[in-house]
Design a protein around this ligand. Structure first.
Ligand SMILES: *Cc1c(COP(=O)(O)O)cnc(C)c1O
Length: 347
């Protein structure tokens, strides 16, 4: 490692978390790990630990992601978005399961051979079939084709709201009322939050776990799975009234010590991270001034030395704090971590 900025991924903890989630979800048969976006930016090497933890199906966003994941595992892989119809044969050859998200889409690929799950739109208004009539026609076309219907699913969009979520389950039941769900191998609905906050329905036998695998959940005892680490590159003694960095955005209130870290917005530390903390030797220090593309400034004291390790993102709690500070969600804080940041895998 040449640049002293890296993302540490704790593989044993990912495996531990997945084991615990699956123990909690033992009434389900299909534990689908959503490993899209390179495992929420931690890198697809995490898949080995996710599979060791007991995941028995994988899901990704695109065929491109599925083909990358296919190199690592023989498990089934579901693509959550409709793929370009030109590539259904590649999907079939690689045992990649496709999503049928509308009747029109099915009509364009109904003469091909592949395995699919039907996506139901239960009020999210993103992808999926949202009425019984269309669903009945989709099932009829599939039954008359070479397409294997393996699963059916929907997505919960606001698990924090019981009424909305109950209405989503009700809507799913209504749309699928002419189908014998017990005849479909995999019926999967819950994402991470739904899994831990709602009881299992009899007709559902699968869940899709995502962010919870990385420790984001208060109900189960899970472990931290990653840290973004950098090392103090330089320390500046700044006199009272002097400014720091681009546009002189920070002015020293008194004689101060400013440490420079080699990590910036090109690494995913967006400029609105200014004002939040990083951890050095267990102590919090504030990011000041304008964050540069490759570096940022922190206000420190004389305990901080060049070469000291700085936790730019320390753990779950810190990730959540950062999300609040930059007015987003923990998912985005993770996905922001730039591809330039080297991934270092620890057992
Ligand atoms: C990303 C995604 C998930 C996983 O969501 P989490 O909230 O991370 O558990 C599940 N299902 C679909 C359709 C998704 O897009």
């Amino acid at each position: 490692m040449i640049r002293q900025t890296y993302l540490e991924v704790y593989l044993k903890n990912i495996e531990y978390n997945v084991k615990n989630i699956i123990e909690y979800a033992k009434d389900y048969s299909y534990h689908i790990a959503v490993v899209k976006a390179n495992c929420y930016a931690l890198g697809i090497k995490a898949i080995k630990s996710i599979v060791k933890g007991g995941a028995n199906y994988l899901a990704v966003s695109s065929l491109e992601e599925a083909l990358k994941v296919r190199k690592l595992t023989n498990l089934d892989i579901l693509v959550l978005e409709p793929i370009n119809i030109k590539y259904t044969d590649i999907a079939f050859k690689n045992n990649i399961t496709l999503t049928i998200s509308s009747l029109d889409y099915l009509k364009t690929i109904k003469d091909r051979k592949f395995k699919c799950h039907i996506k139901i739109d239960s009020n999210m208004n993103r992808l999926g079939i949202n009425n019984t009539k269309e669903l009945d026609e989709v099932v009829k076309i599939i039954n008359e084709s070479n397409i294997e219907l393996e699963g059916i699913y929907t997505h919960i969009y606001k698990a924090s709201d019981v009424n909305i979520t109950e209405e989503q389950f009700r809507k799913f039941e209504e749309i699928t009322k002419n189908i014998d769900l017990s005849k479909i191998k995999i019926v999967h609905i819950p994402n991470s939050d739904t899994l831990v906050n709602y009881k299992k329905r009899d007709y559902v036998n699968g869940h899709r776990m995502g962010i919870i695998m990385y420790g984001f959940n208060n109900k189960l005892k899970l472990k931290n799975t990653f840290s973004v680490i950098s090392k103090v590159l330089n320390i500046k003694e700044v006199k009272k009234g002097q400014t720091v960095g681009y546009d002189g955005a920070y002015t020293a209130n008194k004689d101060e010590l400013i440490a420079i870290l080699p990590i910036g917005y090109a690494d995913g530390i967006t400029r609105n991270n200014t004002g939040r903390y990083v951890y050095i030797k267990g102590k919090k220090y504030k990011i000041v001034g304008n964050i540069c593309m490759d570096m940022l400034f922190i206000l420190v004291d004389k305990n901080v030395k060049v070469g000291d390790i700085a936790y730019v993102i320390k753990n779950i709690e810190h990730t959540n704090e950062i999300a609040r500070h930059i007015n987003t969600i923990n998912y985005e804080v993770m996905c922001n971590i730039g591809s330039r940041v080297e991934r270092v895998y620890k057992d």
